[in-house]
Structure formats: structure tokens, C-alpha cells
Write a protein that binds this ligand. Sequence first.
Ligand code: ADP
Ligand code: MG
Length: 297
Amino acid sequence: MPESATETPGAGITAQAPAPAAKATRGAISIRNVTKIYDPEGVNVMAVDDCSLEIAAGEVCMIVGPSGCGKTTLLNAIAGFHSITFGEIYLDGQLLCGPEKPLADQGADRVVVFQNGALFPWKTLLQNVAYGPIVQETMGKAEALEKAADMLAEAGLADMAKKFPGEVSSGMARRAEIVRALINDPKVLLLDEPYRAMDALTKSIMHEALLEMYDRTKVTMFFITHDLEEAIFLGDRVVVLTTRPAKTKKIVDVKIPRPRDYRLLGSEEFRLLVSEAKGAVHEEAIKAFEAGERELA
Ligand SMILES: Nc1ncnc2c1ncn2[C@@H]1O[C@H](COP(=O)(O)OP(=O)(O)O)[C@@H](O)[C@H]1O
Ligand SMILES: [Mg+2]
């Protein structure tokens, strides 16, 4: 086994967090022995089985695994969209959900970024970004608009601030969405395959923009993807989940220093890490196929 990998076979084995990223002091997620059983019309579907994972403050934790294995289920539990059946999830040592309280509150400390953009088409990028703090009354209108303008400028979108989402490229709209997610200074970004439908070129531009943003904020990311190159390029660790029900199968540590840029993609180190993750995902994809799951990673 390569030195960078930590094999974690079987249920209930806690994956240890790496040393916290420089400067980050918040946003540590602790997933402890989490099981989720859906019960549609009395038919039990176990989506997650005794899954444990420690994510350090400021870590970019990439989650991969076959389709239908339980990735979104875990994200939904952290976000407070769905309850868990057993186990506990903590954020910075505070219980989000557990036996007494199976559904976490949907706090502004955790923001979700979905695959399909969620900007209001009838608002400009600036109005979209300022919208959250205005309606949540965490900032006055003038303050929210000023902060939104500054953050859009930092993300290279100063000239686009007054445009509507339909007037800018999809890549720019997605960038604005990340800015919107960050305006309330959340502890954690929860990203569910945000760039899945993008062409390779737009995706690589998104990756660099996201990494720049990360270098500024050090926000913890729980980032689900099917794309192993994306996982290695962005992540501090890549957590490979088993086929359903999800458990931690393998963790690939990506000890490539930041800031990172696209030149990394051609390096031997990068290719080796991708192939290491690919091996683990492939094994699980075969199991999912044999179990008759519809779609594969
Ligand atoms: N609301 C639900 N009710 C019943 N089963 C569900 C529900 N949501 C997801 N599932 C099932 O749980 C399993 C895991 O789903 P999900 O977490 O969405 O997988 P992934 O995101 O890894 O593709 C799948 O078999 C899916 O069909
Ligand atoms: Mg999913």
C-alpha cells in the first residue's frame, strides 16, 4: 500500500483527521458511527452503515463513491435536510444531530452548493450575493451590498456585478454562487457535485477560482464528486466510500502543497494519486454493478 493511503476496512473504524490546515480554527466535522435507514412505504433502505469520519477545521475533504452509495445522504444529514437513524454528527465539538435529536438545525454555519445553480434569475449577481444577509438580517442592506461588491471583485467578477445570471457565462454564475455561499462567513461549505455537468475547460477554471477562494477563507469543504482528478486537484484528502450502504473504504491523503495550479495536472505525483483513488473506486463500482445499482461512478 502506498504511504499516502490509510486503509479502513469494515464498519465503525474511525478515519483520523489530518493536522488542521494552517490558519483554520473552525469548521471541524465529526461523523461518528452514523447509520441512515430510509423507510419508504415500510421498505428499509440502509443508505449509510456505521460510518465514521473526522474532518479537520479548514480541510478540503472530497467524498467519492459509486452512485447511490449514500454520499448525498451524509451531506443532507450534516446540512439538516434529513435525519440520521443512529450515530452522531458534531461541528466544532457541538452536537448537530444524535440519538436525542436526529435532525440537525439548518444553521447559516453550513451552506450547501448544489449541482444546479441556484441564483435568482431576476436579480443581478450583486443582489443575489447580498440577498442572504439582507433577508436573514445579519447585515443592513447597505453593508450587505458593499460586502457583496467587495467579494465579487475578489472573485474577479467586479464588472459582472450589475448583470443578471442569464447575461453571464455559466462559469461566472457558478463563481457568483460560491461568493453568495460565503458572504455570511460559514464554517462549512457542503458541495454536492457542483461541477458535474460542466465541460472540462470551464471546470478547470472553476477549480482554480475555488482554490483561490479557499486560500483566502480556509473554509472547511465537504465536497462530493465523481471526478477523481477533481478530487485530487482540490482535496486535502479523498475519502472513498463503499457501495451502499456507505462506509469509509479508503482515504487518500493528498500532500500536495497549496497554492495549487493547473500545472499540477501533468505531474507524476498527481497521476499516481488519481490512480490510487481509481483502484479503490473501481472495486466498489464493480460491487455496485453486481448488486444491480443503476449508475456507476
Ligand atoms: N428519500 C429517500 N427515500 C428512500 N430512499 C432514499 C431516499 N434518498 C436516497 N435514498 C436511497 O438511498 C441510497 C443512497 O442515496 P444517495 O445518498 O442519494 O446516494 P449518492 O448521493 O451516493 O448517489 C440510494 O439507494 C437511494 O435510492
Ligand atoms: Mg448524490
